[in-house]
Design a protein around this ligand. Structure first.
Ligand SMILES: NC(=O)c1ccc[n+]([C@@H]2O[C@H](COP(=O)([O-])OP(=O)(O)OC[C@H]3O[C@@H](n4cnc5c(N)ncnc54)[C@H](O)[C@@H]3O)[C@@H](O)[C@H]2O)c1
Length: 308
């Protein structure tokens, strides 16, 4: 199996790369990344080839298409800082580049598994359903919605090519540290606690998110690889948990007492409550999450403490 992972130096992409290497030792895995938010340290232990380049570059895609042949493409490269407001940049990197990916996939007759986002839902009433209302609050969410529409049209036009889109909810786990301020709240709060600082939350910490552990996200990607299915699916746990609960769990696990500092949310495009309806992914891919928030944090802390 020959696999291309765009965004493979990033959090999710590097975990997929390493998992593929373990599960399919005879596969040839290639990473394409421009290292804008990814990090080489995520790829320590990865034995495949790395192509350094920008997914917006049409000439690069022409060369890759001619030079290589892939059976599967995991497309994870994107601007992942959801606070970026440069609309043109966000649309070019996330949405327009997707057309290059699709053209390459078509020429190779490869399977495509790409990253969309729960950002497509905005503040619609939870739980969020794939076929429900889509009202992104920011240009990041909009760029992912445009990707989903491009993918849907592609699936209709080329039904023989399998395409799976994943609307990830809030992913946390090993490999996210290099995302800086875009890393999960679990990582941000963990860092504050171990530094002896007070965690800072938007007033009053009751905003809820569907936090999904990286090992469950990798599991979903592996299921998509194995199954002969096309479609767009939510990837979450099906449960929403508050930021205050994260502080409670981490304080308990780390035996650190703390008081939260609450401050006003500076964004007018903030998602207040996300919760995935995971009925569809259960039905079509046989996916169920293995980790509750408590279990995921416990597992993650083992990895984080070994890095201290
Ligand atoms: N982590 C989450 O909670 C989450 C939630 C929803 C959706 N997603 C999506 O999942 C995918 C992976 O996210 P992540 O959390 O691993 O983020 P990440 O920032 O760690 O990974 C993105 C990778 O893409 C690369 N990249 C960015 N622009 C590029 C370009 N123009 N050309 C080539 N490479 C480029 C970056 O260097 C980075 O390695 C993204 O598409 C993201 O939108 C993630």
């Amino acid at each position: 199996m020959r696999v291309l992972i765009t965004g493979g130096a990033g959090f999710i992409g590097s975990n997929i790369a390493k998992s593929l290497q373990e599960r399919y030792p005879s596969s040839k895995v290639y990473v394409l990344d421009d290292f804008s938010s990814g990090h080489f340290k995520n790829l320590l232990g990865f034995k495949g080839e790395v192509i350094t380049g920008d997914i917006r570059d049409a000439e690069l895609w022409d060369w890759i298409t001619k030079e290589y042949e892939f059976d599967v493409v995991f497309h994870k490269a994107a601007i992942t800082d959801t606070t970026i407001t440069d609309q043109r940049l966000m649309m070019e990197v996330n949405a327009e580049s997707f057309r290059h990916v699709l053209r390459a996939v078509l020429s190779w007759k490869a399977k495509l598994i790409y990253a969309s986002s729960a950002g497509v839902y905005g503040n619609v009433p939870p739980p969020m359903r794939e076929e429900g209302e889509l009202k992104p609050e920011n240009i990041y969410g909009f760029s992912k919605l445009v990707m989903d529409r491009i993918a849907t049209n592609f699936m209709e036009k080329y039904p023989h090519i399998k395409v799976v889109g994943f609307r990830y909810f809030n992913v946390y786990g090993q490999g996210e540290a290099y995302k800086g301020k875009s890393a999960s709240m679990i990582y941000q709060i963990y860092k504050k606690l171990v530094l002896g600082e007070r965690p800072r939350l938007f007033k009053w910490g009751e905003q809820k998110r569907d936090f999904v552990y990286i090992k469950d996200v990798v599991k979903a990607n592996m299921l998509a690889l194995e199954k002969d299915v096309s479609g767009i699916f939510n990837v979450g746990t099906g449960t929403a948990r508050s930021f205050n609960e994260i502080v409670e769990i981490l304080s308990r696990e780390l035996s650190i007492k703390t008081e939260v500092e609450y401050f006003d949310c500076p964004y007018d495009f903030y998602q207040k409550y996300t919760q995935a309806d995971i009925t569809r992914i259960k039905e079509y891919l046989g996916y169920t999450p293995d980790y509750t928030l408590e279990e995921g944090i416990k597992d993650y802390l083992k990895e984080l403490s070994s890095c201290l």
